[in-house]
Write a protein that binds this ligand. Structure first.
Ligand code: SF4
Ligand SMILES: [Zn+2]
Ligand SMILES: [Zn+2]
Length: 300
C-alpha cells in the first residue's frame, strides 16, 4: 500500500478515510486535524495560559508534545492518585518528559496534600473507585486551574472516548449530559475555566501512531480499576461496529454534534452555582462534594 499524498510506502492505513499515509504525511494529517479543531471550535490562542491535564497515557502525551512543539503557553498538570505501581509509573514518566523538554509541570500528590489515596478513599467511604476518582479529579482540575490563573483547561479526550460517552448517555437517555456533551465547555462561573478537547476527532489508534512515530514514551498499562467499566464495553462495541462499517464512530459523534445536540438544549439544567462555604470552590450545594467526602473520611 502506498501513501495517498506522496506515493511512498504507507505506514498507517486509516480505513475511515479510505486512505493510507507514510509517517511524514500522517504527521501532517494529524497536525491539520488538531489545528482545525482548535481554530474551528475557537478553543484557544497563543496568548492563552493553558493547563493541560496529563495522565501519562498516549493521548495526553501526544497532545502535550504537540502543544509544546507548536509553542503554546502550556503547563501540564498531573495527579498522583496513589493507585500502586500504575500511579508510580505514570508520575515518573510524566516527570521525565517534563525534564527532557524543560516543560512546566504541576504534580498534585493527593496522599501528601490530603492524606488519602483513591483506593483508601473508596474503601473508607464505600463508594466505587471510579466515582471517587472522578470527583477528586474534577475538583482538582478546577482548583489548580483557578489557583494557577490559567484560562483554559485542555484534556486529551479522543474520538473513541467521546463516542463511548455519547453511546452511554444515549443508552440511558441522560438528556442533561447529552445537552452538555461538546468539544468546548464554556465557563459558566468566573471561578470555572473553559474546558476543551482538541483531539476529539482523532482516534486512540491515531494518537498511538503519533507517539510511536515521535518516539514518545507513554504508559501502556490500564488503571487496575478500569476492568469491567462500562466505558470499556461501549468502546469495544463501537470497535465492532467500526470494523464492519469504517467511519461509524466519527459519523455517530459528528452527526450528534451537528444535528442532534440542539434538541437536548432544553434539558440543560439551570444550576445555581455557589462558592463552597469550606473551600471556596464552585458547587451547587452549600458545601462542595469534595469537602463532604473529606468530612465523611474524617468521621470514619
Ligand atoms: S479507571 Fe482508574 S484512573 Fe480511571 S476513573 Fe477509575 S479509578 Fe480513576
Ligand atoms: Zn507520504
Ligand atoms: Zn469545598
Amino acid at each position: 500500500m502506498y501513501c495517498r499524498r506522496c506515493g511512498e510506502k504507507a505506514e498507517i492505513h486509516l480505513r475511515r478515510h479510505r486512505a493510507a499515509f507514510c509517517s511524514k504525511c500522517f504527521l501532517e494529517y494529524y497536525d491539520r486535524q488538531v489545528n482545525r479543531n482548535i481554530r474551528k471550535e475557537k478553543m484557544f490562542g497563543f496568548e492563552d495560559r493553558l493547563m493541560m491535564v496529563v495522565s501519562g497515557g498516549k493521548d495526553s502525551m501526544a497532545l502535550w508534545d504537540w502543544l509544546l512543539k507548536k509553542g503554546y503557553n502550556v503547563t501540564a498538570m498531573h495527579i498522583d492518585l496513589g493507585i500502586g505501581e500504575y500511579s508510580k509509573d505514570s508520575r515518573e514518566l510524566v516527570e521525565q518528559f517534563s525534564q527532557d523538554w524543560k516543560a512546566e509541570l504541576i504534580v498534585v500528590d493527593i496522599k501528601q496534600e490530603y492524606g488519602f489515596t483513591i483506593p483508601s478513599l473508596a474503601r473508607k467511604t464505600r463508594r466505587s473507585f471510579c466515582s471517587v476518582c472522578g470527583l477528586v479529579k474534577r475538583y482538582l482540575f478546577n482548583k489548580v486551574a483557578l489557583d494557577g490563573e490559567f484560562n483554559v483547561v485542555v484534556t486529551g479526550h479522543n474520538l473513541d472516548d467521546e463516542a463511548a460517552t455519547l453511546l452511554g448517555n444515549t443508552l440511558s437517555w441522560q438528556v442533561g449530559y447529552l445537552a452538555r456533551q461538546a468539544p468546548v465547555l464554556p465557563s459558566d462561573h468566573p471561578k470555572l475555566k473553559k474546558k476543551v478537547k482538541p483531539l476529539f476527532t482523532l482516534t486512540e489508534r491515531e494518537n498511538l501512531a503519533y507517539v510511536l512515530i515521535n518516539g514518545i514514551e507513554f504508559i501502556n498499562e490500564d488503571c487496575p480499576y478500569s476492568k469491567g467499566a462500562n466505558s470499556i464495553l461501549y468502546k469495544e462495541t463501537l470497535n465492532r461496529l467500526e470494523e464492519a462499517n469504517p467511519g461509524t464512530k466519527q459519523r455517530f459523534l459528528a452527526t450528534f454534534l451537528r444535528k442532534g445536540r440542539k434538541y437536548f438544549q432544553a434539558y440543560k439544567e439551570d444550576l445555581k452555582l455557589h462558592e463552597c462555604e469550606n473551600c471556596g470552590q464552585v458547587t451547587t450545594a452549600e458545601v462542595c462534594s469534595f469537602c463532604r467526602l473529606l468530612k465523611r473520611l474524617q468521621q470514619k
